[in-house]
Ligand binder design. Structure first.
Ligand SMILES: NC(=O)c1ccc[n+]([C@@H]2O[C@H](COP(=O)([O-])OP(=O)(O)OC[C@H]3O[C@@H](n4cnc5c(N)ncnc54)[C@H](O)[C@@H]3O)[C@@H](O)[C@H]2O)c1
Length: 335
């Protein structure tokens, strides 16, 4: 039985709490949530007393910690959990700079813990299937990828309160970069990116509206990633994800915009993306749930970790490079 504590009981933390409850090999021991109202809500929902101070949670009798704090607040609790020798699942991006990500990787290596980064698309069925096609040689060598992952402006203005301390690069592109690396097993040599700050800044959220990045791999192949955080709210979904793969012998197109439910009644609106996760007859299913199950399985049955801290560090290197390239207005080397 893996005894789990969760730090950060926002959208993701609460989802993981529910996933832990339905996993027969895991037990939810407690959680930490800095915001008093969110703490009360979580206590009421789970019927467990939590704490505002994550250090109190780490004093409990637990085996594993899940970190679901905002992008900028992963490192400190991650290092504290590692220090105590707890197994760890950290939300993406692992950290928002390379030094912090390296420190997490090094500390975890010393302690010999099981640690996973929540790159949930590694459990997202279309990506898993396309990866098998790539591995089987169906498309030949992969020469290019064209990836778009956008959010409705609802996300940085209403869904999360900390958008000014993140960006479409950290919040969205970290998924795209991880998928590009996981699907192709290639290494990025350099990045060249551009970004614009205008609309969100006018609304008092000082971050990029959109980022456009070109990645060059060591073998000469290329990827293009575009992420906007300002799609109008009239768009009938929160996230829009399209992923094209151009190979020597074939092409693959994964398009999640067709897998959402859009209802038209009094208005036309987004009613869910059941391919991401869904509650089916009181049982949660989908990528984030299978990812949590995989983490528990790795601890309980000594199985390999599917999205490692090193993978998280690699993505942090590239997303940090994207931001550096925007600021310096030039192509920057990763290796
Ligand atoms: N893997 C994915 O597909 C995916 C999807 C969405 C979000 N995320 C990531 O998950 C993380 C959390 O996102 P979210 O949407 O749940 O955000 P959120 O704002 O809903 O939740 C974060 C919570 O952490 C709490 N918090 C902040 N600092 C804390 C601290 N020191 N101790 C305890 N609690 C603290 C906040 O009060 C908040 O309730 C982010 O890094 C985000 O990028 C990942």
């Amino acid at each position: 039985m893996v005894r789990v504590g969760i730090i950060g009981m926002g959208i993701r933390g609460r989802l993981y709490g529910r996933a832990v409850l339905q996993n027969p090999d895991a037990q939810l021991i407690g959680f930490a949530e800095i915001n008093p109202k969110s703490l009360r809500d979580a206590e009421e929902f789970f019927g467990i007393k939590g704490t505002q101070d994550y250090r109190e949670l780490l004093d409990k009798d637990i085996d594993a910690v899940i970190i679901a704090t905002p992008d900028f607040a992963h490192t400190e609790p991650a290092l504290a959990a590692i220090e105590r020798g707890f197994h760890l699942m950290v939300e993406k991006p692992l950290a928002m700079n390379v030094e912090e990500a390296e420190k997490i990787v090094e500390s975890a290596e010393k302690k010999g813990i099981k640690a996973q980064v929540a790159f949930e698309n590694r459990w997202n069925a279309p990506f898993v299937m396309v990866r098998e096609s790539i591995n089987s040689g169906e498309f030949g060598d992969i020469y290019g990828m064209r990836i778009t992952l956008n959010d409705s402006i609802y996300v940085p203005t209403q869904m999360i309160s900390w958008a000014s301390r993140s960006s479409p690069g950290w919040f969205l592109m970290s998924h795209c970069v991880d998928m590009a690396l996981w699907l192709t097993k290639k290494r990025v040599k350099s990045v060249d990116a551009r970004g614009i700050k205008n609309l969100l800044k006018k609304k008092g959220i000082d971050t990029y509206d959109m980022i456009d990045a070109s990645l060059r791999f060591e073998d000469g192949s290329i990827a293009h990633i575009f992420s906007s955080w300002i799609l109008p709210e009239s768009i009938p979904y929160v996230a829009q994800f399209k992923f094209e793969i151009y190979g020597e012998k074939g092409y693959s197109n994964i398009d999640f915009t067709n897998s959402v439910i859009t209802n038209a009644s009094e208005k036309y609106y987004f009613a869910g993306m059941p391919t991401l996760w869904a509650d089916i007859h009181n049982r949660l299913t989908g990528a984030p749930i299978w990812m949590l199950d995989s983490f528990i399985d790795a601890i309980e049955n000594n199985k390999p970790i599917i999205a490692t801290l090193e993978d998280g560090l690699e993505t942090t290197r590239i997303v940090a490079g994207i931001h550096r390239s925007i600021e310096e207005e030039k192509e920057v080397r990763i290796y």
